[in-house]
Design a protein around this ligand. Structure first.
Ligand SMILES: [Zn+2]
Ligand SMILES: [Zn+2]
Length: 129
């Protein structure tokens, strides 16, 4: 005869004769708890709950917004730099004072406007492609 007993650990039911003494739990537990299945399941549930908390609603929209801002910024940087016609050199137009000067994209110099000392965004060679 199969006697069902409730496991004190997971509140689940299992055949009473399958219960075993578990050293970690310090009591008789069902086969699931004994093999660690219950614990694993709980951990997985905790994990998935955590993930849900870490991803609040609307994070996609925010991501998109940041992406857009980055692109706009890149466009601004790009428009600030231009190739000097007929050469391989780059010129930069300061957004603060409109002063135009030569820019070295490989040494990333100068890093400030020679006229008004305004910071110049670093132009990567990638931006020039
Ligand atoms: Zn159990
Ligand atoms: Zn300037």
């Amino acid at each position: 005869m199969d006697i069902r007993a409730q496991c004190k650990e997971c509140q689940g039911f299992a055949s009473a004769n399958k219960f075993k003494l578990h050293h970690g739990f310090k009591r008789m537990v069902c086969p699931n708890c004994f093999s660690g299945k219950t614990k694993k399941k709980e951990e997985e549930e905790k994990k998935s709950k955590k993930e849900k908390i870490n991803k609040p609603k609307g994070w996609d929209a925010e991501d998109e917004y940041l992406d857009k801002m980055t692109k706009i910024k890149q466009e601004q940087v790009k428009s600030q730099f231009s190739r000097i016609p007929g050469t391989k050199q780059i010129q930069c137009k300061c957004l603060g004072c409109n002063y135009i000067f030569k820019y070295d994209p490989f040494r990333k110099k100068p890093n400030a406007c020679p006229y008004c000392n305004r910071d110049i965004p670093k132009l990567t060679t990638f931006n020039l492609l």
